[in-house]
Design a protein. Structure first.
Length: 231
């Protein structure tokens, strides 16, 4: 894993230079990329999203967004509608960051609360909620929404694929056979129940999605707008 993480970090740094050049935006997204790499790999390895990364990252997101506002027109439109004038650039960036953090974290918290009420147990930890507060502080409302949308979609597709592979490969067959001999159900049904309980770290997929938004966000939004106009 170590050389792969180092290689991915180097590739992302080069991509950031090619996309943003030697600018303030490049510094912001390099810092954000480092935070996301740490969170993504940590969650993948030990299922944890440390506060030591999330909270300083949130503060850094507010600072960087005041200097380089997120590419989001939501706050500008809202501010102009309420006060009939454009906000100063630092105020625009800070408001974008605060609204993005609130939107991303509360949306994920609401999903987690609904899941717990429906299923009777937790489906995600508060680390994911804090991570989205940090991501929203960097990306704004639209970026936070795209991150959650892409992250949950990626997690679902990969999760279903892993469950199917585990079932097809006979994962936990011996355990299922022992349980079946104790009259706990059929072997195949037990194997499917065990495979379907396999859990993946959501933070890892949120991190991948956040990087996709940073480096491919404008192109995705252009495609989305074209599709919306066609529909």
């Amino acid at each position: 894993m170590y050389p792969l993480v180092e290689l991915a970090t180097g590739v992302l740094f080069v991509a950031c230079y090619l996309e943003f050049g030697l600018t303030q935006a490049a510094v912001k997204w390099l810092f954000f990329t480092c935070l996301i790499i740490v969170l993504t790999i940590t969650d993948l390895r030990i299922r944890m999203l440390p506060d030591l990364v999330n909270w300083p990252g949130f503060v850094a997101g507010l600072f960087f967004s005041a200097v380089v506002p997120p590419d989001d027109s939501f706050v500008v439109s809202l501010y102009a509608a309420l006060f009939h004038r454009m906000p100063p650039r630092p105020v625009q960036g800070l408001l974008d960051a605060l609204l993005g953090a609130a939107f991303g974290s509360f949306l994920l918290w609401a999903v987690a609360a609904i899941y717990k009420r429906v299923r009777g147990h937790e489906g995600m930890g508060m680390g994911d909620v804090k991570m989205m507060a940090m991501v929203g502080a960097f990306l704004g409302v639209r970026g936070a929404f795209l991150t959650i949308l892409l992250g949950t979609l990626l997690g679902t597709l990969v999760g279903v694929a892993i469950i199917l592979v585990l079932y097809a490969a006979g994962w936990q067959r011996k355990l299922a056979e022992r349980a079946s001999r104790r009259q706990m159900g059929g072997v195949n049904a037990l194997r499917w129940a065990l495979a379907s309980q396999y859990q993946l770290p959501l933070g890892t997929f949120l991190g991948i999605a956040a990087l996709l938004v940073v480096y491919f966000g404008p192109e995705m939004m252009m495609r989305w707008s074209q599709l919306f106009r066609v529909i």
